[in-house]
Design a protein around this ligand. Sequence first.
Ligand SMILES: [Zn+2]
Length: 75
Amino acid sequence: MQQFESLRASSLYCKKCQTAMPVREKLLLVLPDKEIYDYLCTGCASSLGQREVTSGEMMMSRATMARQASSRGMY
Ligand SMILES: [Zn+2]
C-alpha cells in the first residue's frame, strides 16, 4: 500500500481512471487518539489509499477545512 506519512495528498494516481485524479477524504474510523480517512477518487469513487490523522494533525486539518468551506461560501 501507499504511504502518506509526509505527503498531503490532493490528487493520487487512479488505476481505473489511469491518471492522477483529485481525491476527497472520507472519514472511515474514529479512534481515541486518531482518525482514519479514506481517499476516494472523485472520478470513479475508488479508494486510492488511507491516511491516519493524529490528534495534533486533526486540529490543523479542521482549521483548513473551515477555511475551505468559508472560501466556497458553504455554511
Ligand atoms: Zn478513478
